[in-house]
Design a protein around this ligand. Structure first.
Ligand code: GLY
Length: 610
């Protein structure tokens, strides 16, 4: 299932078995495993090692461009900007300037964790019944996801420009150079690109510009091994390099975006020029949780990622999770329940905190976690869906719903530089190929991020749910500094979880993943493998994952094949299901002087450093 996993595991077993025989070290003891690994040097499990800089992304070309930026003297913010622009080209189905992103970064100069919210936002004309038909019925998801209606104001370009201006050393034009070159020269389409296109080509059939971009000259879809050039995107980037982001948010490109959305042949949308004019990336405070001596920072609202992950960690600490061997029934039992409980609160309470009150402090309160963790029974699974809790100040209400279609595409990358700036970015256009609409003549896809709102906007009493679609603009009350006085549209709840782990004031791990609402559990699994199970970051990524979202308990195949494990969990009452590979984690671990870069074998990621 995971070709690299097999290779890596065999190599790891060989080296550890040799070490154990030679030293008497117990490879099942996390501390000893550190010794074994150190004895062979960092990277013995397949992580790429370096001391100066490291880039891990899901694209060869993006990683290499980021690495060249670092080697030429750029910092991690510069390299992150370069990576994002190249990804717009090489993973056009997953992220790009037509979408949105979150940055969580450790700033070496100030020692602070910063976050940048470049999430898409709803047009001013949006409203809670936007996904209802005239007869009052809800539009099916398939109808919501294609065309202009679910296109949010793109935030990626504004956020990257802001990051460069405030933290970087390159100009926007310099950061665009590698992507411009590659757009004109082209690159070879790899299997994941071709596979994704094969699955989504048909749904773009009513968007001729999209079909043109992703077709061969003979009109058939591009295949693995084809050379893909995107001169339209190259020219778009050249215009942005010459005129700055104004051309995208106010000028000719803005007009083309609005035109494409409002005149969409499948589903016209509500976006106006004033929505683009008004868009601002927002600096916000990170969410912070404590787990066994580590500070775990993440993205707060409008991402549910950071606070939900934080609650899961607090719950797990209460259950003594770290004492349970990796992959044991007791370990998975706790892992599932912590995720179930945290998802109950996420679904009920979380949404854009500039529009609704979200009890984040209550959710991350240790006493609250202690009380909720008492629900976890070591012998029996909780019945799902578990009821949400009542974190302090939180109103009661009905159980929120899981939007299980959230974000099946998306991509994550992580960059570390020689100063030890650490930049973790999760970036998306929501579904694979977003709304399916390429802006004519501009070479990039528009997102369908507004499907991340709950289409069913109200509870039984007619009250708006926290993640309901809403229109209008409100002050950015949770923004830092002057930004809190500006006004903007509602941003749909995300699960994206760029995550930074800090120990004694120093960053030790940065990671994130695509995977829709599974992103949070995916990130949790990898983080626990490093902190509790003593794995290095590559081993932690390769290991099978166990996910729950207040429903079935999903496991990857290596767990599912363990019959004793599965029958024990089923005996405890878990509805265990075998699921396909989850996510694609790109991470960097910082181990003293060493940087260990790791990419996920589940996708074609690549980590390289020097
Ligand atoms: N669209 C993926 C997410 O924001 O969670």
């Amino acid at each position: 299932m995971f070709p690299r996993l097999a290779a890596v595991s065999v190599a790891w077993l060989a080296t550890t078995a040799f070490a154990a025989a030679a030293t008497g070290i117990d490879e099942t003891d996390p501390e000893d495993r550190r010794v074994i690994r150190d004895g062979f040097g960092p990277g013995a499990t397949g992580a790429f090692q370096g001391r100066q800089g490291m880039v891990s992304s899901a694209s060869y070309h993006a990683t290499m461009a980021g690495l060249e930026t670092l080697r030429a003297g750029g910092n991690a913010y510069d390299a992150a900007a370069v990576v994002q622009f190249v990804l717009t080209l090489t993973e056009p189905y997953a992220s790009g300037i037509g979408g949105g992103l979150f940055v969580v970064a450790f700033d070496a100069g100030s020692g602070e964790v910063i976050t940048i919210d470049g999430r898409e936002e709803a047009p001013k004309d949006f409203h809670p019944d936007v996904f209802r038909r005239e007869d009052g019925s809800l539009m099916p998801f398939q109808a919501r996801r294609i065309g202009g209606l679910s296109v949010g104001v793109p935030g990626t370009l504004a956020a990257i420009a802001h990051m460069l201006e405030t933290q970087g050393t390159l100009t926007l034009a310099e950061a665009l150079e590698p992507a411009i070159r590659l757009a004109h020269d082209g690159f070879i389409i790899t299997e994941p690109f071709a596979r994704s296109l094969a699955s989504h080509y048909a749904r773009m059939r009513n968007h001729p510009e999209s079909i043109r971009l992703f077709s061969r000259p003979d009109g058939t879809r591009l295949r693995e091994g084809d050379l893909f050039r995107n001169p339209d995107l190259g020219r778009t980037f050249e215009l942005i390099a010459s005129h700055g982001i104004d051309i995208f948010y106010r000028g000719a490109i803005a007009r083309d975006i609005v035109d494409a959305v409002r005149n969409d042949p499948v589903q016209p949308g509500l976006l106006r020029l004033e929505d683009l004019n008004n868009y601002r990336p927002v600096r916000r405070a990170p969410s912070r949780a404590r787990y066994r001596g580590h500070d775990v920072y993440g993205m707060g609202m409008p991402s549910s990622g950071g606070p939900t992950l934080g609650l899961m960690l607090h719950l797990l600490e209460e259950t003594g999770f770290h004492e349970k061997p990796f992959g044991s029934p007791d370990s998975l039992h706790r892992l599932f329940e912590a995720q179930n409980l945290a998802f109950a609160d996420r679904n009920r309470y979380m949404g854009d905190a500039d529009f609704v009150d979200v009890p984040v402090d209550g959710i991350l309160d240790r006493d609250y976690a202690r009380a909720r963790a008492r629900l976890i029974d070591g012998d029996r699974a909780l019945e799902t869906p578990v009821d949400h809790g009542r974190p302090q100040d939180a109103p009661g209400g009905r159980q929120g719903r899981l939007n299980s279609k959230e974000g099946l595409s998306t991509t994550h990358f992580t960059v570390v530089d020689r100063h030890r700036n650490v930049v973790a970015v999760t970036t998306t256009i929501e579904q694979h190929f977003g709304s399916g609409s390429v802006v004519p003549g501009r070479g990039f896809l528009l997102n369908n991020e507004l499907t991340d709102f709950d289409a069913e906007a109200r509870d039984g009493e007619g009250n708006l749910m926290p993640n309901a679609p809403e229109g209008g603009w409100k002050p950015r009350r949770t923004a830092l500094g002057d930004d809190s006085r500006t006004e903007g549209g509602k941003r749909p709840r995300s699960s994206m979880s760029p995550t930074l782990v800090v120990r004694d004031g120093e960053p030790v791990l940065a990671l994130g993943s695509p995977g829709g609402s599974r992103i949070i559990g995916i990130t949790l699994n990898v983080l626990l493998n490093v902190i509790d199970h003593g794995m290095d970051v590559q081993e932690a990524i390769n290991a099978p994952r166990a996910i729950a979202r207040n429903g079935p308990a999903e496991v990857e195949a290596p767990f599912y094949r363990n019959r004793n494990l599965i029958s024990e969990l089923r005996g405890r009452g878990f509805d265990v299901r075998n699921a396909e590979a989850f996510g694609s984690v790109q991470a960097v671990q910082i181990d003293g002087d060493w940087l260990l870069g790791a990419a996920d074998p589940r996708r074609e990621g690549l980590a390289i450093g020097y």
